[in-house]
Design a protein. Structure first.
Lengths: 401, 407, 179
């Protein structure tokens, strides 16, 4: 196909010899594919990702994501700072889900330390992680609307996210890079009245959620833009090792919170508060963009359920376990994967018994979900490619780290 | 009537008022008598100028020429004022829809924001990208603005104040507003940017597709009204408290035609959900990507002027034109017959109707996501065109049946 | 292939969902906006907000715990020790580096470094972001008086000791003399 599109030089059947001795040629010019740099500065690339598109008119005939514009050596820094000091850096790779990152790293180090986490701390961790998941999905959902040209849902989702951030501001003092969940528990106990406000947030959020759903997800234009676009069949999702909403959007029922339970998620599951939404291909074929967005919207609702369960079952108690002042982690290695809003966020830490990690490796979900773009963007229209990038919900800070 | 036929091509130059000032033929005198005291806008300005003490050295042709210039200035002023009001309204509407205030700093509720913006745009560096086609790049915004200025000349501001009442006024408006496409394509091509070319090509495809349903859906009110002239169509909708005579109530196919026309207008004026030529999140800024400063603002002015014009056309051909309860009060058979007040009321009526249309366009824009190019084409060719044809057929049968039954 | 029923279903669904969306946006159009006009009105800032640091200099003992806890080494302090009292030279925090993680606050044994609610820190000069947290340089008046008192006490003690020694020496001399 590529060969046909480029200009070809052919020799005519009765080629005349020109006076200077060279032969006559006929240049057969086909339209050539255009190379289009989408990014690093483009409104649809969610940061500084660059996608090199090959386009034939509006048709995309090739797509290649280029990474590295936001590389900050996060893993190398992990090998140079002390265990606790790496915590603020974990906030900064997936900056939309900092709580989940804190949780993953802390759990990996705790696994090496082999310490017990107080129950209240575990509850607070789950509340914060799930609230942060809601916030992250709100951004994914809002910016997806923005990609498709609907500006208003973006502002609506930001309104709820603002409330969520002010909740976090009250408990830990920061709005984006929380550094709240730490090795051995959490930094602070809740300020008075905080849990009540979380409960009020849950109630209000469900009302607003219905509005987003009616305004965007059920809108016929939105369905037209997303249904049957960027279809990832089940097999392809497995082959590319997708995780998170991308995987569940392809109809595979797999969630680390339920299938490899960590923290108190096992109890949540037993109590019946963990109902993982899995796409069914309602509006188009299974695994299209609409399914992925639908999974995210339903996950927000489900996170509210989990938060409610925690609010009902939280007890008073300490929020941080006994830890020495300078943390020395026993030699060994540990891998902990948690369910980040984007998929499996794995932390692999190796210790030689010192104050500093020997190796600190991060498996970023949006980095691992990215290669599938190259496959599913072929043969789509230019506008679809924007919709597909948006539906992968990529956070460039984390793909590049 | 015969004279206004002359006004069709280049209506500003062959305005009846000018002929009036020079010629003495009986035909013209007759027409002038027909038109009464307040006829066309240029004529009015001309007469006002005549009242002023004019020195002898001023040649006779200078006064009508000045009148034309003033007329052009008024249309230009309408365009820029409309763009200012439009941007302010757009920001406020979008802001309040999105739970925010919009501009609040410059003046009362940001009322002077467009002024500040205008100053900023004028002071901004005028960039012409390297490798662009300079001539086309500079020409494109002017062409775009000129076409919409020409179209606005046909728009009457009140029943007795207009610059050119062409009997085929609607045709002129449709034809001239379609020429903006050429300017947009020129802009896209001359910018030497891939995004701009995309925007231009999308614009071309879109306008070609939507001219068809736009014209066909307008056939429905034309069948009902039987005239192309904006003033005439407004006249025939008077009476019944200024509301009952509206064309939309005269035929059951008028309402679907209104919706079809409105959708086609959205596409023609590049408004969301049909803003594919600009589509910020896909094409950066479409054909506007390389434009900045005052040239960019020309495109902006054109957009708002075209939107306003289309809304006014909608008001004329569907929603009663100059007629509202307010004008009904002051019209000939009304409670307080007064020509001047009637004209003022009619002016306000048409502006308010136009801005209500503008508001609905904004409301739609801040609600819906954008369509994809193939969906835009599908919608134009497979949905709007056949449905509007059905509407025309139905309206025709209805009118024929009415005529046959009622005699 | 689009069937006739599908065709009309599409038309109906598009119209209906557009109307639903427009109803939602219309409702918001009439509501009061939720944003605030920033410089005039401000959102409340919670007590735990992690803003610009402040230091209770009287309590600080120059133990460097916060500087050691900092992941990017943005805290630097310098003081001269006079017995128990400190003469401060500098305690700087480089806000070009600081990431407001609050890790410096927890290890403090005297609980003297805190993060305040102030967040705006604007400057045209990069060097101004190296912010000195000290409220005074050198020694505080109290510390100085304490030091002087301590010195006095020390001197008195020394004098007393000397006197005692002299006494003892004198006694010794006397005794020796007696012997």
């Amino acid at each position: 196909m590529d060969q046909e599109r480029t200009a070809t030089v052919t020799e005519p059947k009765e080629s005349a010899v020109l006076p200077d001795g060279s032969k006559e040629f006929v240049v057969d010019v086909h339209t050539e594919d255009m190379e289009l740099n989408m990014g690093p500065q483009h409104p649809a690339t969610h940061g500084v990702m660059r996608i090199l598109l090959r386009v034939d008119g509006e048709l995309v005939t090739g797509a290649q994501p280029h990474l590295g514009y936001l590389h900050r050596c996060a893993e190398k820094i992990g090998e140079n700072v002390e265990w606790l000091q790496y915590l603020p850096y974990t906030d900064r790779y997936d900056y939309l889900a900092a709580m989940n990152n804190n949780l993953g790293y802390s759990m990996a180090v705790e696994k090496l330390l082999g310490i017990e986490i107080p129950r209240r701390a575990e509850m607070l961790r789950i509340i914060c992680a799930e609230l942060n998941r809601i916030g992250s999905h709100l951004i994914a959902f809002g910016t997806y609307g923005l990609d498709l040209g609907a500006f208003t849902p973006f502002l609506y989702t930001f309104r709820e996210r603002e409330w969520m951030m002010s909740l976090f501001e009250k408990i830990c003092g920061a709005r984006l890079t929380y550094s709240y969940i730490r090795i051995g528990g959490v930094f602070n106990d809740t300020p008075p009245g905080w849990l009540g406000e979380v409960s009020r947030f849950c109630d209000t959020f469900l009302v607003k959620w219905q509005e987003y759903y009616d305004l965007v997800v059920e809108n016929q234009i939105f369905i037209g833009r997303t249904a049957d676009v960027g279809v990832i069949p089940r097999e392809m999702a497995m082959d590319f090792g997708l995780t998170g909403p991308m995987l569940r959007g392809s109809g595979i029922d797999f969630d680390l919170r339920r299938d490899m339970p960590y923290s108190l998620y096992g109890e949540v599951d037993k109590a019946g508060a963990l109902n993982i939404p899995v796409a069914r291909g309602e509006k188009g074929s299974l695994g299209d963009c609409w399914d992925r967005v639908w999974v995210r919207t339903m996950e927000m609702k489900e996170s509210i359920e989990i938060v409610r369960w925690c609010l009902d079952n939280i007890e008073a108690g300490p929020v941080i376990g006994e830890l020495p002042k300078t943390l020395r982690v026993p030699a060994g290695e540990a891998y902990v994967g948690i369910e980040n809003p984007r998929g499996e966020l794995g932390h692999y830490v190796v210790s030689d018994g010192g104050k500093v990690a020997v190796r600190c490796r991060v498996r970023g979900p949006s980095f691992c979900n990215l290669p599938v773009l190259e496959e599913i963007m072929l043969g789509t229209l230019l506008a679809d490619s924007v919709a597909i990038i948006g539906s992968t919900d990529v956070v460039v800070g984390e793909t590049d780290r | 009537m015969s004279l206004s036929t002359l006004a069709l091509p280049l209506s500003l130059l062959t305005d009846p008022a000018l002929k009036l000032a020079e010629s003495e033929t009986p035909e013209v005198a007759e027409a002038a008598a027909e038109m009464g005291e307040l006829t066309s806008g240029t004529n009015l300005i001309n007469e006002l100028l005549m009242l002023a003490p004019i020195p002898d050295f001023v040649p006779g042709w200078a006064i009508p020429l000045t009148a034309i210039m003033i007329g052009v200035a008024i249309v230009m002023g309408v365009v820029s004022l409309n763009a200012m009001a439009g941007t302010w309204l757009e920001r406020k509407v979008s802001g309040h829809i999105q739970c925010r205030y919009g501009p609040m700093r410059a003046g009362w509720h940001g009322f002077l924001q467009p002024l500040a913006d205008g100053i900023k745009l004028m002071l901004k560096e005028d960039m012409i990208p390297i490798g662009s086609d300079r001539v086309l790049f500079v020409m494109a915004p002017a062409l775009v603005l000129a076409s919409v200025l020409g179209a606005l000349a046909v728009m009457p501001l009140s029943p007795d104040f207009f610059f050119a009442d062409a009997p085929m006024g609607l045709f002129l408006i449709l034809a001239l507003t379609s020429t903006t496409t050429i300017g947009v394509i020129m802009a896209g091509w001359a910018s030497n940017s891939k995004w701009s070319v995309y925007g231009a090509m999308r614009e071309a495809a879109q306008v070609v597709a939507y001219e068809v349903p736009l014209g066909i859906s307008l056939l429905v009110p034309l069948i009902v009204a039987g005239t192309f002239s904006l003033t005439e169509v407004s006249e025939m909708q008077s009476g019944m408290f200024g509301i009952g005579g509206w064309l939309i109530f005269k035929n059951p196919f008028m309402f679907p035609a209104l919706i079809l026309f409105f959708i086609a207008v959205l596409a023609e004026s590049k408004r969301a959900p049909f803003d594919l030529p600009e589509s910020e999140s896909e094409l950066v800024s479409g054909f506007l990507t390389e434009y900045s400063g005052i040239r960019w603002s020309f495109f902006f002015m054109e957009e708002y002027a075209a939107m306003f014009l289309y809304c006014v056309v909608t008001a004329f051909f569907f929603l009663g034109g100059f007629n509202s309860p307010l004008t009904w009060l002051f019209e000939d058979g009304g409670l307080l017959p007064n020509v001047i007040l009637w004209n003022v009321a009619a002016f306000f009526t048409i502006v308010v109707k136009g801005y209500i249309g503008l508001f609905v366009m904004m409301w739609v824009r801040w609600t819906l996501p954008r369509l994809r190019i193939d969906q835009v084409m599908t919608m134009g060719y497979k949905y709007l065109t056949p449905i509007s044809l059905v509407c025309v057929l139905g309206a025709g049968i209805w009118e024929w049946g009415k005529a046959a039954l009622l005699g | 292939m689009v069937t006739v029923s599908k065709y009309f279903e599409n038309v109906w669904k598009s119209m209906y969902s557009t109307c639903v969306g427009m109803r939602i946006t219309w409702r918001y159009l009439l509501q009061k906006p939720i944003t605030v006009q920033y410089p005039d009105e401000r959102m409340p800032i919670p007590n735990r907000y992690r803003g610009i640091h402040y230091l209770e200099q009287e309590k600080c003992i120059n133990c460097l715990a916060c500087a050691r806890a900092c992941p990017i080494d943005c805290i630097e302090m310098d003081a001269v020790r006079h017995g128990k009292e400190l003469e401060w030279i500098s305690f700087t925090l480089d806000y070009q580096k600081c990431m407001f993680c609050e890790l410096c606050v927890y290890p403090c044994p005297k609980d003297c470094i805190h993060m305040g609610t102030e967040f705006a820190f604007v400057s045209e000069d990069r060097s101004e972001f190296v912010h000195d947290l000290l409220s005074y340089k050198g020694m505080s008046r109290d510390a100085r008086t304490r030091m002087i008192e301590a010195d006095k006490k020390k001197a008195e003690k020394a004098a007393a000791k000397a006197a005692k020694a002299a006494e003892k020496a004198a006694e010794d001399a006397k005794g020796g003399d007696a012997n």
